[in-house]
Design a protein around this ligand. Structure first.
Ligand code: M6R
Length: 453
């Protein structure tokens, strides 16, 4: 809560009671108050965070802190390492477009100094918990909301395949209402770009009472979630201004890939040879992402061509099922178009009834372990006069023969295809919204971080 009195207009009094973040900024002869650090960047990089049960009294020359009972509180000033230039559009029409094109660099930064290309080892020294914890747990639970949820699902598939461990992914808002069973054999990861989502914070606080350890996978290592956690996996994605998450999603994929590799290595679940091959391929991913983004004009043309389409079904299987969810969410939230994300195998259990010439299916079909099954899905859609767009490997003639448009991606290891398949879907959503003249960076009814339940 923040208050200004008309009788004392040069003063702001702020108080925090609960998980919502309150940040103060120290300028020169100015003081600032915000619910996030990003808007402060244009004014100052010197900030402090209000704890629960604390009050800040801001005047232009100074900020004083106390408890609710009035006892003075000394606050350490934190200097942000994000540059003000990071929150400029740099020639792009929207922040979202700029952030989409930054994604290969985000993966490069997330991997930097954390992998050895000679041994294939992954080093998460900054995580802050001992690798022993990875050996001691028998289950991993990932907790998230919104776009962070499909990122968590990709993490689940990576951990299952590489770490051979049971994994669950939970919506924070659901988990906190359930009688969720958790014990000291459970490792919990909270996934949140902002680290301030109220539901995720509350669910993680409940988890802390029971689990072996709680880790925060976040783009804000100073967030409430990071401060509450036993360890932090920093995304290093830089500030994300567009309300629709793009580069932080890809940062989450990179962080979770590293986590899954480190987890598997600590448990001896992955051979040195496989580790090396995977790490070397992960290092090549950013270059391949740049190649996909180089084809953005084709996606823009397709988005314009399909502007009249009002219903979309996004289909993917296995590790690209979460990408179908994320592609549909992106299209919904910025272009206000009805879109559903489904697992390919579920199509015949309901959504198939919707398919006709008014429904476009966006099928994700890299040549992986579920490729043939996805081609069958496409054939079923075609037989019912549905329109088809596909994301497939370069040179895939079978996909090309089935779809009106194919967004081509370079080949990569099947576990890393989400880094590439998500890019055309983000671009498709972006160009659909931009062509309709919508406020891409600030879509209606949405906030960048949802700090209320
Ligand atoms: O900061 P978080 O990752 O916890 O945010 C979760 C969601 O609020 C967020 O992903 C939201 O769904 C975005 N608008 C997605 O683009």
């Amino acid at each position: 809560m923040a208050c200004i009195s008309s009788r004392d207009p040069g003063k702001i009094v702020a108080a925090r009671n609960g998980p919502g973040p309150v940040v103060v900024g120290f300028g020169s002869g100015e003081s600032y108050l915000s619910s996030d650090i990003t808007p402060l960047l244009a004014h100052t990089r010197r900030v402090a965070y209000l704890g629960e049960g604390e009050i800040a009294v801001l005047t232009a020359p100074e900020i004083r802190f106390s408890t609710f009972a009035g006892a003075p509180v000394e606050k350490a000033v934190d200097t942000l390492d994000w540059e003000p230039a990071m929150i400029e559009k740099r020639g792009f029409a929207h922040f979202m477009a700029k952030e989409i094109f930054e994604q290969a660099d985000v993966v490069r930064d997330t991997l930097k100094s954390r992998v050895s290309l000679d041994s294939g080892r992954v080093f998460l020294d900054d995580l802050g918990i001992a690798p022993d914890v990875f050996r001691e747990v028998s289950r991993v639970v990932l907790i998230a909301c919104g776009t962070s949820y499909p990122a968590g699902l990709v993490g689940k598939y990576l951990l299952e395949t590489l770490g051979r461990v049971p994994v669950e992914v939970e919506y924070a808002s659901e988990l906190r209402s359930r009688d969720f069973v958790m014990d000291r054999g459970t490792l919990v990861l909270g996934i949140s770009q902002s680290g301030e989502t109220a539901d995720t914070l509350t669910a993680l606080r409940l988890a802390r009472e029971k689990a072996r350890a709680v880790l925060a996978v976040t783009n804000n290592p100073r967030s409430s979630m990071a401060r509450d956690a036993d360890g932090v996996l920093d995304l290093h994605a830089g500030p994300e201004i567009g309300v629709a998450a793009t580069k932080t999603f890809v940062g989450q994929l990179a962080a979770l890939s590293l986590f899954a590799l480190a987890f598997a290595q600590a448990r001896g679940a992955l051979s040195d040879e496989d580790s090396l091959a995977l790490v070397q391929e992960l290092q090549r991913v950013p270059l391949k992402m740049d190649r996909v983004l180089g084809g953005a004009a084709a996606v823009e043309r397709a988005a314009r061509r399909f502007l009249g389409c009002e219903h979309y079904l996004f289909l993917g299987r296995w590790i690209n099922f979460p990408i179908a969810l994320e592609g549909a969410l992106k299209l919904k939230e910025i272009s206000y178009t009805h879109a559903e994300g489904y697992a390919g195998g579920e199509m015949k259990h309901g959504p198939i009834a919707l398919i006709d010439e008014g429904m476009t299916t966006l099928a994700i079909v890299p040549r992986d372990r579920v490729y043939d099954k996805m081609l069958s899905n496409i054939a079923e859609v075609k037989a019912r006069s549905g329109r088809i767009l596909a994301v497939a490997f370069e040179g895939d003639e079978r996909a090309r023969a089935s779809a009106e448009e194919v967004f081509a991606i370079p080949e990569t290891h099947q576990l890393f295809t989400p880094f590439l398949t998500v890019l055309p879907l983000q671009l498709f959503a972006y160009h659909s919204a931009a062509a309709k003249g919508f406020d891409v960076d600030q879509p209606r009814n949405l906030a960048k971080s949802v700090t209320v339940e």
